[in-house]
Structures are given as structure tokens and as C-alpha cells.
Design a protein around this ligand. Structure first.
Ligand SMILES: Nc1ncnc2c1ncn2[C@@H]1O[C@H](COP(=O)(O)OP(=O)(O)OP(=O)(O)O)[C@@H](O)[C@H]1O
Ligand SMILES: [Mg+2]
Length: 389
């Protein structure tokens, strides 16, 4: 059973929201509703998140990410549809039960969460436990543990203003970790950080995740961040999820021109892996088939290959090997068995694709950047979508 499930979730702000849902189901557009002063922030969102996964929701400003996130811990009640956490429909819980779930089992890390300036780092990290009424010694022990996990050992007695922005952000992360909640909801948690510190935080989160195996929903408008962190990624546009898949799915088969335009600037060589592009060794000249060259057994090919990599090796690490030898790079599994081959031509072809996509997108004028995002978000959107960091 998935940890978290959203089923046809709608969230409409404004008068008579249920009517608005019916109108959307009947084909009314978001713009038509907006003309009546009604905002369909989330439209028919469905997805599930498995235990231990990082599920990333990405999209332009105003696409509904934060609203969707708030329905996931019951801070907002869906206008239609439902959210299940461990199989339990959140809307079926009483206000008291919901508060209990929020304080013990689901933790939220905000982009601009505030540390209390007159409390030490330790007290700040222990805040969620204080709210829950844990005894002082117990909460300090757990907060100290969480601070260590977040790389802040030795800073317990410091004041927030003695910490850099990145370190303060880590106190926020520690606060969420200290509660022991196994579902973390992170809303643009790293967006306010400098690119280098941001990368550092991403590494740290991935590192923590290896041991903690939390279930995480992470919101970002940065596609590179989404691709680094997400086991699965949902792309939102105008309130709807337009594609859900792995980073590779999204890079190799974008659902539409909107998604394609996002991925133009992504460094594919760092996201795509040998496993995603490798060919069956039996079909590749120079490996085991010969085709115009000598025929090799799998063992001979492995010996002749300029490099042997694993399926999860990023393409960026294959360039040197591919450039130095006409023989394809060999891909082996954990047991050392040959599972694939990457010829130089295949590497170049995959990396060459985005140019073509970019041209198509520009040509059809279906680019969803500021130009076609309706309403007041347009101006804000353009600057916000970055493939940097
Ligand atoms: N409480 C509210 N009342 C009315 N409208 C709202 C409310 N909260 C959000 N909205 C509207 O819902 C839409 C989606 O907003 P939301 O904050 O979910 O977007 P977002 O994707 O998180 O954007 P950003 O990247 O800027 O944080 C916007 O048009 C917003 O104005
Ligand atoms: Mg938001």
C-alpha cells in the first residue's frame, strides 16, 4: 500500500467551490472560472507516493504546488477528491485527530520558516516536540540528535543570528527530523539558498534519506533540483498534473511541449544514466556481434571495453572512455555480469536531442513560459523558473 495517495484532488478558492468543480468537469477552463473570481488552484490531481520515496512536485509560480501540498497534511480540505495517508482518508478525521497526525506523523518544512531569535538552536530544533508536550530532557536529546543528522553538531547553544542562511535552513530540517514524523512535506525548502549551499543541502538530504528512508514530498520550481532529488516527479501546469514519471521519463519522453520547454536547459549528461541509454550487447558492433569487426565473447568484450560502468553511472562519466576507444563502454550489474553496451554514437545521439526539441517548441509557439501563462502570475513566472543551482 502506498504511504500517501491523492485521488482526484480539487481545491477551488472563491464562492461556491463545488459548483466550480462541476463546471471544470463539464469542460470549463480555469480562465473562465477566474473571470468569475474563482481560482481553481488544484484540478484533478492524482498520484501515490511509496514508503521511502522522494516525490517532487514542480511547476511555475501559481501552478498550485503549495495548495496541493497543504491538502496532503489536512491544512486545506480538498474541494473534491481525497487524500489518504497510510490508507486513511484525512477528511474522515476529526480536527483533533488531524492535529495529532500533523504533530506526530507529518512534518512540514517551509521555505521561509522563522526561527525564534531568542531561543538557542537546540530549543529551535526541539520546538515541534515542545508543542507536543514532551519533557525537556527528552526533547533536548532528540533535538540534539536531529541537529547532528543535519550537520549542526556543536551549534546547539548558538543563537539563530550566528548561523548562515544555509545553516538556519538546516535547523528547520532538524526541527522536522526531531519529530520523528515519517512523512516530510518540503515546500521550496532550499529555494532561498545560494546555489552552492543549495547543492550542499540537496546532497545532505539525499544522504540522510539513505539511512532515514522517510517518505518525502518536495516542492520546487527548479527542474534540476527536481531531477537530482526526485525518485518520481510530477509536473504541474495551471493546477493540473501534466506528467508524472522519473527524471529519465521526463527527459526522454516529455508528455507535451510544456514539459519539453522545461527540460531544454537541463544538463542531460548528469541526469541520464548508462542504464537508460545502453543497448543490448548482442546488437552492438564491436561487442559480441562483430558486425564488420571481430566477434567477441562477453568476456573478451569486457576486457576490450575502454571502461566498465554500472547502470546508474551518469553519462557525464562516460565521455572520456568513449572518446578514447572505438569499442563501446561496457555496463555490468552488481555481480559483474554484462548487461549492456554504450557506443559513442548512442551517447552523442541522446545528448543531441534537446536542440531538436527546443526548435520544435519554439516553432510551434507553444512555449508555456511567461508568454502563455495567463493572468497576473505571468510576470513572476519567467524569472522563477530556473534550471540553475
Ligand atoms: N488562500 C487562497 N485564497 C485564494 N486563492 C489562493 C489561496 N491560496 C492560493 N491561491 C491561488 O491558487 C493558485 C495556486 O497557488 P499556489 O500558492 O498553490 O501556487 P504555487 O505553485 O505554490 O506558486 P509559487 O511557486 O509562487 O509558490 C494561485 O492562483 C493563488 O493565487
Ligand atoms: Mg508555493
Amino acid at each position: 500500500m502506498p504511504r500517501l495517495q491523492a485521488e482526484h484532488v480539487y481545491k477551488v478558492f472563491g464562492r461556491r467551490p463545488e459548483d466550480a468543480v462541476r463546471r471544470i468537469e463539464g469542460g470549463a477552463s480555469r480562465a473562465e472560472l477566474r473571470a468569475d473570481g474563482t481560482t481553481a488552484a488544484v484540478i484533478d490531481a492524482s498520484f501515490s507516493v511509496e514508503e521511502g520515496q522522494i516525490f517532487v512536485v514542480m511547476g511555475l509560480s501559481g501552478s498550485g504546488k503549495s495548495t496541493l501540498l497543504r491538502t496532503l497534511n489536512g491544512l486545506l480540505e480538498p474541494t473534491a477528491g481525497c487524500v489518504r495517508f497510510d490508507g486513511q482518508d484525512l477528511t474522515s478525521l476529526s480536527e483533533r485527530e488531524l492535529r495529532e497526525v500533523r504533530s506526530r506523523r507529518i512534518s512540514m518544512v517551509f521555505q521561509h520558516f522563522a526561527l525564534f531569535p531568542h531561543r538557542s538552536v537546540l530549543e529551535n530544533a526541539a520546538y515541534g516536540l515542545e508543542v507536543r508536550g514532551l519533557p525537556k530532557a527528552e526533547r533536548e536529546r532528540r533535538a540534539a540528535q536531529a541537529l547532528e543528522l543535519a550537520g549542526l553538531k556543536g551549534w546547539e547553544k548558538s543563537w539563530p543570528d550566528e548561523l548562515s542562511g544555509g545553516m538556519q535552513q538546516r535547523v528547520g530540517l532538524a526541527r522536522a527530523l526531531a519529530t520523528d514524523a515519517d512523512l516530510l512535506l518540503m515546500d521550496e525548502s532550499f529555494s532561498a539558498l545560494d546555489p552552492l549551499i543549495r547543492r550542499d543541502m540537496q546532497d545532505q538530504l539525499l544522504d540522510l534519506q539513505k539511512t532515514l528512508k522517510k517518505t518525502i514530498v518536495f516542492i520546487t520550481h527548479d527542474l534540476n533540483e527536481a531531477m537530482r532529488l526526485g525518485d518520481r516527479i510530477a509536473v504541474m501546469r495551471d493546477g493540473r498534473i501534466v506528467q508524472t514519471g522519473t527524471a529519465e521519463d521526463i527527459l526522454l519522453t516529455p508528455a507535451d511541449d510544456y514539459v519539453a520547454s522545461f527540460i531544454q536547459d537541463v544538463d542531460r549528461s548528469r541526469v541520464l544514466t548508462a542504464g537508460a541509454i545502453m543497448a543490448d550487447p548482442d546488437t552492438v558492433p564491436g561487442t559480441t556481434t562483430g558486425a564488420g569487426q571481430e566477434i567477441r565473447t562477453a568476456e573478451e568484450f569486457l576486457a576490450a571495453a575502454p571502461a566498465t560502468v554500472r547502470p546508474d553511472t551518469p553519462l557525464s562519466e562516460l565521455f572520456t572512455a568513449c572518446a578514447s576507444s572505438p569499442v563501446p563502454v561496457a555496463v555490468t550489474d552488481a555481480a559483474g555480469r554484462l548487461v549492456g553496451a554504450v557506443p559513442a554514437g548512442r551517447l552523442l545521439a541522446v545528448l543531441g536531442e534537446p536542440t531538436k526539441k527546443a526548435e520544435t517548441v519554439a516553432g510551434t509557439a507553444a512555449v508555456p513560459r511567461a508568454a502563455s501563462v495567463p493572468g497576473p502570475e505571468a510576470g513572476a513566472s519567467e524569472g522563477k523558473v530556473t534550471a540553475g543551482a
